[in-house]
Design a protein around this ligand. Structure first.
Ligand SMILES: [Zn+2]
Length: 89
């Protein structure tokens, strides 16, 4: 059984296959699964969100810059979206 999502091979991928999941905003999580939005934009999401409902994927934001948000800021981020950052860093 090949282990495509584990081990050394991940280190060759950009950012070592890790980042902030655009759906659940979990940070430093492995982004190995591709989902497609209705407008054709492809998102790299985490394992938990690879089976997320279409509504959640449609509501996902596509960050252009790495997000600095931590877990405690997630609720506010979901409320206001990307247009109004809840906390200034
Ligand atoms: Zn996720």
């Amino acid at each position: 059984m090949a282990k495509n999502n584990r081990g050394k091979s991940l280190y060759k991928l950009p950012t070592k296959a890790r980042g902030t999941c655009p759906v659940c905003l979990a940070t430093r999580i492995k982004l190995l699964y591709t989902v497609k939005k209705a407008d054709g934009i492809q998102l790299q999401v985490c394992k938990r969100c690879s089976k997320a409902s279409t509504e959640r994927i449609e509501a996902a934001i596509v960050p252009t810059a790495p997000l600095a948000y931590r877990r405690k800021h997630k609720a506010a981020f979901h409320r206001y979206g990307a247009k109004q950052p809840p906390v200034a860093f």
